[in-house]
Design a protein around this ligand. Structure first.
Ligand code: NDP
Ligand code: MG
Length: 384
């Protein structure tokens, strides 16, 4: 039996993980959960899965007492107790699925446990890949990506001994709800349209990132760290059907890809299976009617891709600045403060305004994140 701690249990990745656990009760057990504030959903999870521990970031004690059923459940008090839970010898797997920069702290904690970490929180790698990967190595933790593209690459590389024989890796992108549209056509799009992803049902932040294509840029940086390859190896390609999740091409011209209908339970179940397979309900690909298409990353988003490539090469605080600017821009778009295309302006201007520094420790990352958020808010004010 595998005991799982699910960080971000009440989110979209959380839903998919819980479904995989539900379908594999004989081998998977929900041991602990962490969330921000969605107590009613936490209650539902507790009733259905009976975890032993729950951590709530914005714990409202009165609400908690009334609402979380007691019994064998322990409500963790503070980050120190959450850290203890992650290090509990009964825990086998930690799933890092808190959204955004908020996921950094627990991903860092997880990296020091020596356990298996299923990584969804790409933002922590973008801002602190230089710290998290070496920490995981030092403490003997194993990071398995569950971002679908990275899990696909992980699966395509698994049969090979290393990346020495790789000539190219194609990271596919659906293109999001505005696939095929020019930037100029997007100036008046609504939140509802931007949140309406054609292939994936995800949390609001990553849905907007998919619509702007920032998600693919975060994923390029994520891939550069997870697979320890120069950005030159990676190509971003639009593949609207989201059937091929990424492609690895080797030096002999062979290409391996991972295919499935778009469903996060596929990479999650793979990562929970020790590279065997777990049975899940899935929608089979109908190969008889399958039509796959591929296009270049849109030329009017080249600036964005170039920034991501620069971050891959420069490292230091550049990923933190980019991520913070994007998080503020997405938040302010969702608050109706700026228009869709202003998201790019906030990112470009903030990225230009702050000088990149190197050799960062964790404290410096938090400081730079704060500074970049303030700068991005200034940009928002100057736009509106
Ligand atoms: P959601 O917004 O759906 O869920 C976020 C989860 O994080 C919720 O459980 C939320 O709790 C919790 N949370 C937020 N802030 C905190 C905090 N400070 N402390 C503790 N818990 C917190 O996001 P997604 O599930 O869509 O995405 C999660 C991560 O996975 C992101 O990094 C995303 O990029 C990545 N990812 C997601 C994919 C998807 O299909 N959704 C695909 C690939 C990667 P509460 O509900 O209480 O607010
Ligand atoms: Mg992805």
């Amino acid at each position: 039996m595998k005991n799982i701690v699910l960080l971000g249990a009440t989110g979209s990745i959380g839903d998919n993980v819980l479904s995989v656990i539900e379908q594999n009760k004989d081998s998977l057990n929900l041991y602990g959960i962490a969330l921000n504030s969605n107590i009613s959903k936490a209650n539902q999870i507790i009733n259905e899965h009976s975890p032993m521990f729950v951590y709530i970031e914005e714990a409202n004690e009165i609400l908690l007492e009334k609402s979380i059923s007691e019994g064998s459940l322990s409500v963790l008090n503070g980050k120190a107790e959450l850290k203890e839970l992650l290090n509990d010898s009964n825990v086998d797997v930690i799933i890092s699925a808190i959204s955004g920069f908020a996921g950094l702290e627990t991903t860092l904690m997880a990296a020091k446990t020596g356990k298996v970490i299923l990584l969804a929180n790409k933002e922590s790698i973008v801002v602190a890949g230089d710290i998290i990967l070496p920490l995981a190595k030092e403490y003997g933790s194993t990071i398995i990506p569950i971002d679908s593209e990275h899990n696909a690459i992980f699966q395509c590389l698994a049969s090979e001994k290393n990346t020495n024989d790789v000539s190219k890796i194609i990271i596919t992108a659906s293109g999001g709800p505005f696939e095929g549209k020019k930037l100029l056509d997007l100036k008046d799009v609504t939140q509802k349209e931007a949140l309406n992803h054609p292939n994936w049902d995800m949390g609001s932040k990553i849905s907007i990132d998919s619509a702007t294509l920032v998600n693919k840029c975060l994923e390029l940086i994520e891939a550069r760290y997870l697979f320890d390859l120069n950005e030159k190896y990676f190509e971003l390609v639009i593949h609207p059907q989201s059937i091929i999740h990424s492609i690895v091409t080797y030096i002999d011209g062979s290409s391996l890809c991972h295919m499935s209908n778009p469903d996060m339970k596929v990479p999650i179940s793979h990562a929970l299976s020790d590279s065997n397979r777990l049975p899940i309900n899935f929608l089979e690909i109908d190969f008889s009617s399958l039509e796959l298409s591929f296009k270049n990353f849109p030329s009017d988003r080249k600036n964005l891709e170039n920034i991501a490539r620069e971050i891959c090469n420069v490292g230091g605080s550049s990923g933190t600045i980019f991520n913070a600017a994007n998080e503020i821009a997405v938040q302010d778009f969702l608050l109706n403060k700026i228009k869709f295309n202003d998201i790019y302006e906030v990112i470009y201007r903030t990225f230009d305004a702050i000088t990149v520094s190197n050799n960062l420790n964790v404290e410096a990352i938090y400081e730079i994140d704060h500074q970049a958020r303030m700068e991005a808010e200034k940009m928002v004010k100057s736009i509106t």
